[in-house]
Design a protein around this ligand. Structure first.
Ligand SMILES: [Zn+2]
Length: 412
């Protein structure tokens, strides 16, 4: 039987020693009782950080710690309260016990880390915890991370919206394009929504430092940015513009096949997503399917070609060339009777300045899209993100760990 001293050395709780243990071999449970080492007598008020030598009283807490081999481990720890002139009778601060929940910090860290790569349900099974407990631990883990990290400066802002569903319809997402992380979530997508972000999250100085914003052609966002960020150039990004182009192509498809026979409509049905894909991303089979569709309707074909060619707009480096290309593109619409695309072209002309701004300010495009994708992936992975602050921290952590991974790979 190992001695208390050896248990202390394996447990490695700084400042604490094991003075009693119990091993239940049948149920694979290890219990350890710890108290402060002799040299570790200073008590810290958990309210203000003031140090005390005298304890007010003490009690014992049982927390779950990392397992020892197959043994599930519980540590019983003596915890004191201090009588603080500032805060009254208060618990002492124990770094190993991050919250009132019955878990040690390193146990919570292990659960939080597991949650970075697996859904809460799976982590719950792995640690034999309730799913709601896993989420609560994960949230605390992320809050601790957020409290200690340095937040990157904001120069390039991304604003996007995510359609969630029937109840909470839209989520407005403000993000930092350089660090690739979301900064804030707002419900709905009004001017007031984004106003709230500028107002509550940023100082006047931070707002002045924003040089560019990548947004959708959505008037309320533009108005809010102009009001709050005086030095910010608005750039309508490719991703959103191509989304509108796709929507126009889809409308052409619907209008063209609306009055056609049922069989024909069936043929079209499954091919909708093909029309929304880039040609270069399709394999031979998919291209053949799409060509079959084009053989049925020339207008859908034309609309698709136009959509595909618009993509080149962002390859130009000079404003003049970009403008010329866009004008040529719009000229091709003439005599085609493609109403949805004509409407789309009007939209482009009405937002011309913000489109051409891409030449003046090269913002990181695709970041907004990537963040959007991460949020969707997390939403798909599990329920439990009704708690928006949790979802936000989760996506931020996701962006940060991926960035670290990239840095690591570069160094290697
Ligand atoms: Zn205090």
């Amino acid at each position: 039987m190992p001695t208390d001293n050896e248990f202390t050395r394996i447990l490695q709780w700084p400042g604490y020693r094991v003075y009693q243990q119990k091993i239940d071999e049948k149920n694979k449970v290890l219990e350890l009782w710890v108290r402060r080492k002799r040299g570790n007598q200073k008590l810290e008020c958990s309210g203000c950080g003031r140090k005390f030598l005298q304890a007010y009283d003490s009690n014992e807490r049982a927390v779950r710690d990392l397992p020892w081999s197959e043994f599930r481990t519980t540590v019983h720890i003596e915890v004191y309260r201090v009588k603080c002139p500032e805060c009254g009778v208060k618990r002492e601060k124990v770094p190993l016990l991050p919250s009132k929940a019955p878990f040690s910090k390193r146990f919570e860290d292990a659960v939080g880390m597991a949650c970075e790569s697996a859904a809460a349900r799976r982590v719950a099974r792995q640690f034999r915890l309730a799913e709601s407990t896993v989420r609560a631990i994960d949230l605390r883990y992320l809050e601790r991370w957020a409290a200690t990290r340095r937040k990157p400066a904001l120069h390039e802002l991304g604003v996007d919206e995510i359609h969630l569903g029937k109840k909470v319809k839209f989520l407005t997402v403000a993000s930092n394009l350089e660090s690739g992380e979301p900064l804030w979530f707002g419900r709905e997508r009004k001017k007031e929504t984004l106003d709230e972000f500028f107002h509550t999250e940023l100082s006047a100085r931070q707002r002045r430092h924003i040089t560019a914003a990548c947004v959708d052609m959505w008037e309320p966002f533009r108005l809010s940015i102009q009001e709050w960020a005086p030095n910010c150039k608005i750039v309508y990004d490719k991703f959103h513009i191509m989304q509108h182009a796709n929507a126009a192509v889809d409308e052409v498809r619907r209008a063209e096949f609306f009055r056609k026979s049922k069989e024909l409509r069936e043929v079209i049905k499954g091919k909708r997503w093909l029309l929304l894909s880039r040609w270069m991303n399709l394999d031979t089979d998919k291209r053949r399917l799409l060509n079959e569709l084009f053989a049925l309707n020339r207008r859908v074909f034309k609309a698709y070609l136009l959509k595909e060619s618009l993509d080149r707009l962002w390859a130009f480096r000079s404003e003049a060339a970009m403008l010329r290309y866009l004008q040529n593109w719009i000229d091709q619409l003439r005599w085609q009777r493609l109403k949805p695309l004509e409407k789309f072209a009007d939209m482009l002309l009405n937002h011309l300045d913000g489109i051409l701004n891409y030449c003046r300010t090269k913002v990181r495009m695709g970041v907004v899209e990537a963040i959007n994708g991460n949020i969707r992936m997390l939403l798909r992975r599990g329920r439990g993100y009704k708690n928006l602050p949790y979802l936000l921290l989760k996506v931020q952590r996701f962006a940060a760990t991926k960035a670290e991974f990239v840095v690591f790979k570069k160094a290697a």
